[in-house]
Design a protein around this ligand. Sequence first.
Ligand code: SOE
Length: 378
Amino acid sequence: MTKPLNIGMIGYGFMGRTHSNAYNRVSNFFDTEYKPVLKAACARNADNVKAFAETWGYESIETDWRKMIARDDIDAVDICVPNNLHKEMAIACAEAGKMILCEKPLAMNVAEGEEMCEAVEKAGVVNTVWYNYRRVPAVTLAKQLIDEGKLGRIFHYRANFLQDWTIADDLPQGGAALWRLDAAAAGSGVTGDLLAHCIDTAIWLNGNVTNVTAMTETFVKERMHNLTGQVEPVGIDDACAFLCHFGNGSLGLFESTRYARGHKALYTFEINGEHGSLKWDLHDLHRLDYFEHGDEGRLRGWRSIHVTDGDHPYMDKWWVPGLQIGYEHTFVHQVADFLEGLSTGKPTNPTFRDALETQKVCDAVLSSAESGQWADVG
Ligand code: SOE
């Protein structure tokens, strides 16, 4: 007998679509006790949210998020709005006793994130943050191999997230799809938007970051603001690079930019350990490259594991061995784990508290870039 989990979605942008798709698909593939029901979608623009609700199958709409979270027929709220709205909504949801699935990054900064953690912990509500790349099967496999000790002592962690969509200097900032360029809505640029993904994965795979030294650049200094109609200074970082130490003694090197012409979403990482190394690339997301020093010398070399077999993470739930899945499935996996967590009582990682660790690194990165000094994390 399945039990309904009534979802209230706030927002209808790119992430609203990825999450709605996941709620719709999950029960076709994962056998969970709870089953999501798309109860209500909420946004200020009634026509737009109505169209969104019809496309994805939401039963009703609301134009006032406070009204939606007060509804008795909503169990869990999905916060899919710009970063500057996360805190207020999450705290109100916690006070209303709703479960929360919050889009990344957790908050605008650590201070906000702390308040959010306190609110969910005080209310005892189930919570998670959508750092979806943890649930690419190849990335989850990397986690398994590291936890089994296959790499031994880790020396280096390297990650990049490269895009090229903001190079044009006549691209406006602010409003609808362009809020990521507006510091007031996003908090930061590539640091909170893209490096946050790299940091989340890195902490998950390699443990905590202790200190950082960073540089940022804003290549286009002024852009027209869609909400004011004025040309205004750009407050976000267009590019960011940082070095760091991890608590386990390894060294980290991270770079992100929206000015790497030719790269659309090139998220890569490489980890070098005493006994082996791992490499992963989002553009080829179903492969994990693995080098094992213990292999017989004549045969030693990088092997490219096609992570599509039944004994690979999540893959027994999909098609037959050898057939790939993709980006949208990472969100399905997060919903599946969330539903499983409701049955087992096990929190779905990353919780707000886990995601606060990423926020601490982001804040340290931005503070180091500003001061020109090394910054301690947290
Ligand atoms: C930005 O372009 C963006 O959509 C991020 O906001 C997402 O978190 C990332 O996964 C892909 O790129």
